[in-house]
Design a protein around this ligand. Structure first.
Ligand SMILES: Cc1cc2nc3c(=O)[nH]c(=O)nc-3n(C[C@H](O)[C@H](O)[C@H](O)COP(=O)(O)OP(=O)(O)OC[C@H]3O[C@@H](n4cnc5c(N)ncnc54)[C@H](O)[C@@H]3O)c2cc1C
Length: 445
């Protein structure tokens, strides 16, 4: 038994214990969609979440969700754009699943009543984002994540067990088998035993000084999964979004790529353009960084968008309010710079959530399924949450049919005590060495 791997002191015998079939950690789109499809399969999950449901990156998502629904579009084209943006490092089989099953899942969302923007003829309005060769991003103004999340939450909230303001501290395993989790609300611990654990806990771009992330999403459960024996993958790939508001000392709120998709351009302080604004994110972010390194300033100029007759406040009400908070809502040139935005790497998993440890599933940004390669194509992330949530629900169902709940007790008290004794021993040894070293130096003098 690998007791030394836990960071927390506990003895499960002394901690109140709950037993459920399936526990989902996280209430962003990945967690909510998994719960939605689990309920359809007759499994009532327990959702654990830091803060309230809705406090997540999913609910901040502005631009939209990509799917090849347009008349001129095809899943082949969406596949190719994803592969190109991923710089040759995508897992091709998974990209194929993402774009093809993504179509079906987006239809699920439409049937759920998600209010995607439509034109006067009632056709879906599709916008463009960087590295897409065609307009293919469905959106609800600039609050797409909120609209989808709200609909999913409405569907499930009366049917699931929900424990908010709890956070996952440890994933408990016996040998290499998953047996439960240890939670805390900051005061008291709790153990939950289950057959399946779904980690839908988001990424860790929030640990960067300049980031666009919700404050409660920090990647801590990726570390818990690693300690439990799950492999991690591609951790070095963090996506920097090119355009976050840049005012010194203020947080870098995101200005969606859809603003560029609708016509806004990037200029320096002389009004000169220096990059094709709809290139992949890494290329645009690097071009902006280079400008700053050369001593220039960079702005997102929304004049072309206004000249096209687009009412900025109407099309991007959320971004307008962000600019208002900074007092720059009437400026046509918005100061911007890149900001840490998305975790491409994470817990190694398949699109059906499977990780290296049976019973532990990873979905959404917390997982690394290889669909983004080295650079995520814009608006493919919400799509991955829904596609993977659906497939994971089925896999959890299968896992639950053939698994038992494990009641082995785990204690880390002795281990923690032993660890402290070892630290003290080493500390004593170091201070003796220091004294010996000082003496010998003095002797030399
Ligand atoms: C500002 C912004 C705009 C974006 N716009 C778009 C867009 O337009 N299109 C697109 O495709 N993508 C977009 N993205 C990316 C996308 O929103 C995310 O990748 C996606 O929503 C991740 O969903 P998730 O469910 O995996 O994680 P999240 O939505 O981040 O949710 C994580 C959940 O896990 C919980 N949690 C974390 N750790 C613990 C723990 N230890 N214990 C308990 N709970 C825990 C959190 O409380 C939260 O509920 C955007 C991201 C940001 C930040």
């Amino acid at each position: 038994m690998q007791l030394h791997r836990y960071l927390t002191c506990f003895n499960t015998k002394d901690i109140p214990t709950e037993v459920v079939d399936t526990v989902i950690v996280g209430s962003g789109l990945a967690g909510l969609s998994t719960a939605y499809y689990l309920l359809k399969l007759g499994i009532k999950p327990l959702i654990i979440t830091k803060k309230k449901p809705g406090v997540s990156n999913s609910f901040l998502a502005q631009g939209g969700i990509a799917a090849a629904v347009g008349c001129q579009d095809s899943t082949d084209l969406h596949y190719q754009d994803t592969i190109n943006a991923g710089k040759g490092l995508c897992i091709e089989r998974n990209v194929r699943i993402l774009v093809e099953e993504g179509l079906e899942r987006v239809i699920d969302l439409i049937n759920l009543g998600v209010n995607f923007d439509k034109d006067e003829k009632n056709f879906l309005k599709l916008t463009r984002e960087g590295a897409h060769s065609i307009n293919r991003v469905l959106h609800s103004k600039d609050r797409t994540g909120y609209e989808i999340g709200k609909k999913l939450l409405e569907q499930i909230k009366d049917s699931v067990f929900l424990a908010d303001n709890y956070y996952l501290e440890e994933i408990l395993t016996d040998e290499d088998s998953y047996i439960g989790i240890l939670l805390s609300d900051g005061k008291e611990q709790k153990v939950v035993r289950s057959k399946s654990l779904v980690l839908a806990t988001g990424g860790y771009s929030g640990v960067y000084l300049r980031n666009t992330s919700a404050y409660n999403v920090s990647g801590d459960s990726i570390a818990s999964a690693y300690r439990a024996g799950c492999s991690l993958m591609d951790l070095e790939f963090i996506q920097f979004h090119p355009t976050a508001v840049y005012i010194e000392g203020k947080p870098g709120w995101l200005i969606s790529e859809a603003v560029r998709g609708e016509g806004a351009v990037l200029v320096d302080e002389n009004g000169e353009r220096f990059v094709d604004e709809l290139k992949p994110r890494d290329e645009v972010a690097r071009a902006i960084l280079k400008k700053y390194q050369e001593g220039h300033k960079v702005f997102l100029d929304i004049t072309p968008l206004i000249e096209k007759g687009i009412d900025f406040k109407e099309r991007f009400p959320n971004i307008y309010n962000i600019l208002k908070e900074f007092g720059i809502e009437n400026q046509t040139k918005i100061p911007v710079s890149p900001s840490a935005h998305y975790t491409i790497g994470g817990i190694k998993a398949n699109l059906d959530g499977r990780t290296d440890i049976k019973g532990i599933f990873a979905v959404g940004e917390t997982a690394c399924t290889g669909v983004h390669g080295a650079n995520r194509l814009a608006s493919n992330s919400l799509l991955e949450c829904i596609v993977s949530g659906y497939k994971t629900a089925y896999n959890v169902y299968i896992n639950n049919i053939c698994s038992k709940i494990n009641y082995t007790d785990i204690s880390n008290d002795n281990d923690a005590k032993k660890h402290m004794e070892k630290v003290e021993r080493e500390e004593r040894k170091r201070s003796q060495e220091k004294t010996a070293c000082t003496r010998s130096k003095r002797d030399e003098v």
